[in-house]
Structure formats: structure tokens, C-alpha cells
Design a protein around this ligand. Sequence first.
Ligand code: NCD
Length: 323
Amino acid sequence: MKNLIDIKRLKKEEITAIINRAAEFKAASQDPARGEINYTSGISDFARLGERLYRANSCSNKTACLMFFENSTRTKCSFAIAAQKLGMNIIDFNVQTSSLSKGETLKDTLDNLYYMGVNTVILRHSEDDMTERMSKEVKFPMAFINAGDGKSAHPTQALLDYMTMLEKLGTVEGKKIVIAGDVSHSRVAKSNLALLSKMGANVHFFAPEYFTPKNKEEFNVIWEDDYNTAITDADVVMLLRIQTERLSGAETEKAKHYSEKYCLTTERLEKYAPNAILMHPGPVNRDIEVSSELLDSPKGKTILEQARNGVYVRMAVLENAAG
Ligand code: NCD
């Protein structure tokens, strides 16, 4: 049983192995006849690859439980689709109607789920480090996958973002990757920084003062203090959602003016970073972080490709955990 708690604990080779496996899953899922990207050299290779991937998989009798204490579309659905593609059984645990509402602890709930046959837990929680805590408290051999906890970590998001960058750029080594927006409340920024710096990218952060973490000096990143300078000649511009559900009253007031200064428009991107790839973990606040015009243009499609790659990365992660 292999947990995935934080990207920081993965070695470079482990990250590469997950991405390569995800690419195999993607290749096997696509149909060259429909003109989709084909990683293999021909139809017969494609068929053989598909056979190897699906017949020999070791997850088919395993049960995964989706435990989402925060709302989610992409992460939750892609984990569910990934588990289905691997032939796993999936439980969509409903936090509101579960016995947690009767006062049962999460640890006791997990113990009971283990006895019922759950062997993989996919956990999203609003508290930092909850996945790690549960993985320690539960003494049974269940695999824990962090699907985003608190403001600290979102490892599978970083992996799917990395896969998307590799598809577009070939490598991230020496590339200028700018992550901009609500950095202080973002687990996506932190996991991406950990992964991308490990892989040799030059990561830059931009945040207005009210979204800059108090401990900014502790981040091993290049801090920018002007948005336009930050994105200039970037290879990737990754925007972050304003985490409205995590803001204080004062931050909410200031954030009302965010779009006036920092909304990324087609014009702005063309002026400062015409070759940049536009990314966003989603959900996007239209016309706040990015203009509708830009989002609906061909540049905006990468954001959908990120969501799609989430399925394949999560297949690879689930196979590691449960297989
Ligand atoms: C992110 C998350 O939940 O941390 N979304 C996601 O997983 N696709 C980012 C966000 O909600 O802003």
C-alpha cells in the first residue's frame, strides 16, 4: 500500500514514473482513428498497449472510497473515472449524511470502512495535513491519497499540471513558470512549486500584497512584485482561483478589486507573453482571474486538457496505491 501525501516526498524518478504511466494510460484510451494524439507508432502497437494496460491490471477487485469534505468537480470526478477505468469499486462517501454527523470520529469511520473492504481512501479536507494524520491514526493497511488538504498540499494537481506542461514544452527544465493570484491560500501553488523546482524549472510567484503569505521568505521561489513584469516572456502562466471560502473579511473586501488590476486578458497576454501556455487548476472565476474572451479562445483549451490529464495521472496514482 502506497500513500500519496505530499509531492515533496516523491523522488524525481517516482514523479517521472507516474507521468510515464499516465501517458501510457492516455495512449491506450485514445483512438487514433478519431485523430486524437497517438503516442504509439501504429494501430497494432496501440492494440497491444491497450491489452497490456487493461488485462494485466491489479486493481480490479479493490475498493476506493471518495471522501470529500470540500466541494469538487474535477478532482472528484476524475478520481472516480480513473478508478472505474481500472475496474475498481468506488464508494462516493457522503459526508453530510454519514454517521460523522452523529459524532463518529473520522478515524473510527475509516476503521469501519476498512473492515467493509475499502483499501484506498481518496481524501479532500479543509484542514492542513489531514491525510497524513489519518494515515497515521488508522493502523490497517489502507492507502491514503491526498486529494487536496487545507492550504498545504494537492499532489495530484501538481502531477497533472506537470504532465500537461511536458506535453506542450517537452521539458520544464530552465522554463519560466509564473504562478499568479491568491498564493497565500493556495495548495496548488505550493505543490506545483515543490514539483517544478525539483524538475529544474524557474518558478516565479506573483501575488498582490493581500494574497502574499506572511512567511514568503520561506518559499524557495522568485517573488515578483509587478504582474506584467512577472508574466513577461513566461513559458507558462498559471493563474490561481481566489479562494473565497478561505478569505478573512478584510481580504474579501480587498479581493473585490482584484480583477481591475490583475485579470488576464487576451491583449495583456499577447503583449507580455505571446508564447505562454495558459493554465488554471479550475474552477475559473470568469473575468476575475482571466477574461472570458481569453478563456474561450484556443489558449483557454489547455485548462480543459489539464482536467483531462487528471484522469490518467490519477489512474497511475491509484494503481500505485491499490495495485
Ligand atoms: C483546486 C483545489 O481545490 O485546490 N482545484 C482543483 O482541485 N481543481 C483549486 C481551487 O479550488 O481553486
